[in-house]
Design a protein around this ligand. Structure first.
Ligand SMILES: Cc1ncc(COP(=O)(O)O)c(C=O)c1O
Length: 366
């Protein structure tokens, strides 16, 4: 059945452009593509497959289910699981040759108890307070080193790497991130001095990639920048991968005093042309977005008027030559998502992942 209300164009050419750009910025490191949450709403199988065909060898997801979906779709590269896999499913890590993050000796031991080799990477919590071996201060270093070495000595684990995560690399004050790097490198040095080797050592997310150089490390993990939205100002030309277009399904003239949509919060002062666009909060275009927002068409910017409905939003179109059946841009090429996100006090991550897959027609363009 044809779905034509909302068209989501995924520009794989832009994805590859961003990936190459990230590779260039990290010429001495591997770039891991973070494709969790269905590749930030872009479609993980399609995006990962295209990147793999273009030599991307490393992917990361949040959970086992996402990793298996990629494997079943033929993604045969390294796949790192950021989250934790429950005991009942540990056999699937081995079956699908996946890499599991371990956040403690206790969890690593539970993997080792399975008695078959499981690939792992160790996560250190240097300040995110989310997951990982606790390493917030210099006084933690010795215990962390000991815990890591205990993990590395487990018989069945095939440990591939060690990493941490930055919660504030996009912020101007870099003291916190620099301290994270210091603690990470301190422990790394101590463990390496004992003769242990890590194939992959990594800290940076997109913000870190743009702001920090970590010459001794061997990998970075790129998410949001890959999809075209670097979280801080960058001179690099990242291009948005997702473009959302919605169909004009009705155009009407309203008279002075007429109101538009629920709650009648918008009332026309004069005669106006109003177009109804087939996108609403059930499609990922939240009720909060309407105020101050606009949709684009050619060189026009049509302001949203009245409350956003479940499956429709009204715009004021003046005397523009817009017809029923035309598509207006909600965000993408003409309008950056950054603008919308900051107006409604959120981040592009949330808006991208909220685009409702089932209700839109996703098309992949190379
Ligand atoms: C552990 C980890 N690494 C890397 C990333 C990628 O971050 P970003 O999308 O900011 O590049 C994420 C995403 O939040 C993450 O959880």
């Amino acid at each position: 059945m044809k779905i034509d209300r909302v068209k989501v164009n995924i520009h794989l050419d832009n994805l590859l452009h961003n990936y190459r750009l990230l590779q260039r910025l990290n010429s001495n490191k591997e770039v891991m593509a973070v494709v969790k949450a269905d590749a930030y709403g872009h479609g993980s199988v399609k995006c990962a497959r295209f990147l793999m065909e273009n030599n991307c060898k490393y992917f990361a997801v949040t959970e086992l289910k996402e990793a298996i979906e990629l494997r079943k779709a033929g993604i045969d590269t390294d796949i790192l699981i950021f989250g934790k896999t429950v005991k009942e499913n540990l056999n699937l890590l081995f079956k699908y040759n996946l890499t599991q993050t371990v956040d403690s000796f206790k969890y690593a031991k539970s993997l080792d108890n399975e008695n078959y080799p499981i690939k792992t990477q160790i996560i250190l919590d240097t300040g995110m307070s989310r997951l990982g071996i606790y390493l917030h201060r210099l006084q933690d270093v010795d215990n962390v080193k000991k815990e890591i070495i205990k993990i590395l000595n487990l018989k069945h684990l095939d440990n591939q790497g060690i990493y941490t995560h930055f919660p504030s690399a996009d912020m101007e004050d870099d003291k916190f991130t620099i301290n994270q790097l210091y603690l990470f490198n301190k422990v790394l040095g101590l463990v390496e001095n004992e003769g242990f080797i890590f194939k992959f050592k990594h800290c940076s997310n997109s913000a870190g990639i743009i702001k920090y150089r970590e010459d001794n490390l061997s990998m970075v993990r790129a998410g949001i920048a890959l999809y075209g939205y670097p979280p801080l100002v960058s001179e690099e030309n990242f291009k948005p991968v997702m473009e959302v277009l919605a169909k004009v399904i009705s155009i009407r003239e309203i008279k002075p005093g007429d109101s538009v949509s629920y709650g009648r919060v918008y009332q026309a002062k004069k005669q106006e042309r109003i177009a109804t666009v087939a996108i609403g909060y059930a499609d990922g275009y939240s009720r909060h977005f309407g105020k101050g927002d606009y949709f684009c068409y050619k060189d026009y910017r049509f302001p949203v008027v009245g409350r956003v409905c479940m499956g429709a939003t009204m715009i004021k179109i003046g005397d523009a030559e817009l017809k029923v059946g035309d598509y207006v841009e909600v965000f993408g090429n003409k309008k950056s998502l950054d603008e919308l996100a900051s107006r409604v006090d959120t981040i592009p991550y949330e808006l991208l992942t909220n685009m409702a897959k089932k209700r839109a027609n996703f098309q992949y363009k190379k």
